[in-house]
Write a protein that binds this ligand. Sequence first.
Ligand code: G3P
Length: 217
Amino acid sequence: MKFFVDTADTAEIRDLAESGLVDGVTTNPSLIHKSGRKFLEVVEEICGITPGPVSAEVVALDHETMMKEAEVLRKIADNVAIKVPLTIDGLKTCKALTSDGTMVNVTLCFSANQALLAAKAGATFISPFVGRHDDIGFDGMRLIEDIRLIYDNYMFDTEILVASVRHPVHILEAAKLGADVMTAPPQVIRQLIKHPLTDKGIEGFLADWGKTGQTIG
Ligand code: G3P
């Protein structure tokens, strides 16, 4: 499963990239606002940190203007993936962009039927938001299960990019269900590393090593 980092914080991306945990990056207008930086500049910097897909979202609501915004965004770098919302205009834009080889991430997906439409529109990635489902008392991972079944039934090439990830269990469940990609905030990715028994094991090994009176090198 590919790991994308859901942030526009370039310091965080650089830090995680050093450990090989960054296969791509997703941003959205809220994350750009949070970064406090100019949209095109921060996306360009991110594209230089990772060779993987970097999602940059259009903000227009109509197809014609989405295409104009996409033209600006895809000139930033070859690894820019254009993010469009799951609306009829977003699907039209998806179809047009993927038809000429541009990666498209269809976002704000909340139903398997929406995901089916995105695949038919040629989406590179579909972003079902599991956390926002959980936030209103539904089980977001059942959405992933349904999409995986439908995509496998018809051998769609669209990659399932599990988004709105809130905690490590979302990532575990996504991997068990066979999602292609997950995108998570840096702190959630870091939570995957930690286990109290690992910390306890290191402590015990070092205590016993200290008793040997030896050093390495
Ligand atoms: O960036 C897309 C998605 O991961 C955002 O999730 O619900 O944390 O805003 P959320």
